[in-house]
Design a protein around this ligand. Structure first.
Ligand code: TYD
Length: 158
């Protein structure tokens, strides 16, 4: 697993591609091989009404680790570690993203029929969410011994 970080706690993941005879391909995601955490929950975002304008996410997690794969169509994932912010287009079935804890993320620009598959390290827990950006920044500051670094709070045009 290559771990070149895009922002802190975020890097690309590659599903194993298995050519299944003449029929097509299998994509495989397995703990310790393509996914760095034990998978306790799977959910998927699909059938989005008003898919061009919808914004999902807009939160960070305190503990949860996730892996996101756009298994049909494409969407943009904005990731923000409190210091650096990047926009990533997920448009390949086999290329996904690892999102660790303490990472603000927003999903936008879904195309029609987009299916975003998410693997999660734990069961759903509303208490693990930070849904306010300023509280997220405070959470990071309180967490890191030297406090947070410089913040780029300007909103990205996505
Ligand atoms: P949320 O994680 O905010 O969705 P997204 O990140 O796609 O914007 O979840 C939206 C709602 O769905 C949330 O209020 C509760 C419910 N939900 C569950 O019940 N279980 C789950 O595993 C998830 C992901 C969400």
């Amino acid at each position: 697993m290559e771990k070149k970080e895009i922002v802190k706690n975020c890097y690309y993941l590659e599903a194993e591609k298995y050519k299944d005879g003449f029929d097509g391909w299998l994509g495989i995601l397995e703990h310790k091989k393509q996914v760095p955490f034990a998978i306790k929950r799977v959910y998927f975002i699909y059938n989005l009404v008003n898919h061009e304008n919808v914004v999902r996410g807009k939160h960070a997690h305190k503990q949860l680790e996730q892996a996101m794969f756009c298994i049909n169509g494409s969407c943009d994932i904005m990731v923000d570690d409190g210091v650096k912010r990047e926009k990533i287009k997920l448009d390949k079935t086999h290329t996904g993203l690892y999102l660790g804890p303490k990472l603000w993320h927003e999903m936008r620009n879904f195309d029609n029929n987009c299916i975003l598959l998410v693997l999660a390290s734990d069961f759903y827990d509303a208490g693990d969410y930070i849904r306010d950006y300023q509280k997220f920044i405070e959470h990071i500051k309180n967490d890191s011994p030297g406090g947070g670094g410089p913040l780029f709070l300007t909103d990205l045009k996505m």
